[in-house]
Design a protein around this ligand. Structure first.
Ligand SMILES: Nc1ncnc2c1ncn2[C@@H]1O[C@H](COP(=O)(O)OP(=O)(O)O)[C@@H](O)[C@H]1O
Ligand SMILES: [Mg+2]
Length: 422
């Protein structure tokens, strides 16, 4: 008999069933165990990471807290900004330096100061000379050709101030009367300015309490700020004014260009400003400067009398051109053509300039004239155009006078308008 094929596999004996049972439940059990152990590992790792992150945050909070940030800023004021040495031949200007040293350490602090003077008359150098012998308590910052949005950040660098999430928490701002949304909604550079100025006030107070007198912040070349519109400049002026009102911080603004002064004066904060001027060298000092730069005596005297007067930037330019073999006459002619072009663009035919404009120009050739007389004769609009940096015919002075912009402009105007001395 052939063995019938089993209809079904015989049921396994109970002890033979175990491996299948085990297989199935063992698999589930294994999976559960695996999941549990993986979760455990993940939790351990997460706890480890979290602890590190928290530790880090804690350390960051410790090194970046407002107190630490302000302590650094205070240290910067206490040490003062490092002023580089002057390398070339240096003209000593004791009067200008003494005047500026008074501005840097006023006793008592009654106003903030605006230092004015034409581009290249030596303001920056004179301010640095005034700081160099004793820089403690003075931070010096110069506005360079930065992007407008970066202006406050650059100032912050000079002050050793660091922006971070701990310096502008809601609580920190609230304590200082500012709402967080006012800051977050502001655009740069105003946003950074608010944060910086709040800490600056705190630090100024700390400095004053510790040393018994206010610290000084010099911001040079503020005309670079004004170039982008007066808004930020006016914000800084308001800060400078209230710092002076509260005798908190001595703010000194240096503007490289007389034409910024009317802009500064538009601000009501100007009522609290003391305006001082850095002028040119005397003709004798200027000749001496050229002699030290290797120019022969005859050329030096003529270059000063006819072109440069005591304006450093012109003396430097003349020195360079004389060095290239140009004659004083030739150099003057280049300037003269520039001035003639500027006047023609503004007036058209120069022969048509008649009194009172022509007589006002001729009086300006002889010396300073009161702003009211000049504006009445030329009109405000035209006066403003003559002041513009790209035209440079007039220069504004804080004693409410105008002069012609420089020695060569004076000579050119005199020739072009046939002014004869009385
Ligand atoms: N006392 C000085 N002696 C020699 N050179 C000077 C002196 N003061 C300024 N200069 C030079 O004159 C130029 C203009 O000076 P700067 O201080 O930059 O003028 P400002 O800030 O008024 O534009 C610079 O090249 C500078 O080196
Ligand atoms: Mg300068």
């Amino acid at each position: 008999m052939s063995a019938a094929a089993p209809a079904a596999a015989p049921a396994a004996a109970p002890d033979q069933q175990q491996p299948a049972f085990r297989g199935e439940f063992g698999f589930i059990g294994g999976a559960v165990a695996k999941a549990v152990s993986t979760t455990f590992i993940i939790l351990v790792v997460a706890a480890f990471v979290a602890r590190h992150v928290l530790d880090d945050k804690y350390t960051i909070a410790k090194t970046h807290s407002p107190e630490i940030v302000q302590a650094r800023m205070l240290a910067r004021f206490e040490a003062g900004s490092v002023i580089p040495r002057f390398e070339k031949y240096h003209v000593s200007r004791p009067d200008a330096i003494a005047m500026l040293q008074g501005v840097l350490r006023p006793a008592p602090l009654e106003a903030y100061t605006v230092v004015v003077g034409e581009t290249g008359c030596g303001k920056t150098s004179a301010v640095l000379d005034a700081i160099r012998p004793n820089r403690t308590g003075i931070v010096y910052h110069i506005v360079r050709d930065d992007l407008f949005v970066d202006i406050s950040k650059r100032l912050a660098e000079s002050l050793d101030f660091e922006f971070n999430q701990f310096t502008f928490t809601e609580g920190y701002l609230k304590d200082r009367g500012v709402e967080l949304h006012e800051v977050t909604s502001a655009a740069e550079p105003f946003k950074s300015w608010v944060l910086l100025s709040l800490s600056l006030r705190d630090v100024a107070q700390q400095f004053k309490t510790k040393h018994g007198h206010p610290a000084t912040l010099v911001i040079d070349a503020v005309d670079m700020i004004a170039k982008q519109g007066p808004a930020l400049l006016h914000v800084i002026q308001n800060f400078a004014k209230s710092a002076a009102d509260e005798q908190l911080l001595n703010v000194v603004l240096v503007t490289s260009d007389g034409s910024t002064l009317p802009e500064l004066e538009e601000s009501s904060a100007m009522t609290r400003a003391r305006v001082v001027e850095v002028g040119d060298l005397t003709d004798e000092q200027a000749v001496d400067f050229l002699l030290h730069r290797g120019v022969n005596e005859d050329s030096a005297k003529r270059a000063v009398a006819e072109i440069a007067g005591g304006r450093f930037v012109l003396l430097n330019r003349v020195t360079k051109q004389l060095g290239r073999g140009h004659q004083v006459n030739q150099i003057f002619l280049e300037f003269h053509i520039g001035t003639r072009g500027a006047l023609r663009r503004l007036f058209g035919d120069l022969a048509q300039i008649s009194p009172p404009a022509s007589s006002t120009f001729c009086r300006l050739c002889r010396g300073a004239q009161h702003v009211d007389d000049v504006e009445e004769a030329l009109g405000r609009d035209l006066t403003k155009k003559l002041l513009a940096t790209n035209v440079n015919i007039l220069a504004y002075h804080p004693n409410k006078t105008y002069t012609l912009h420089s020695r060569h402009v004076q000579r050119s105007v005199s020739t072009l308008l046939n002014c004869t001395r009385p």
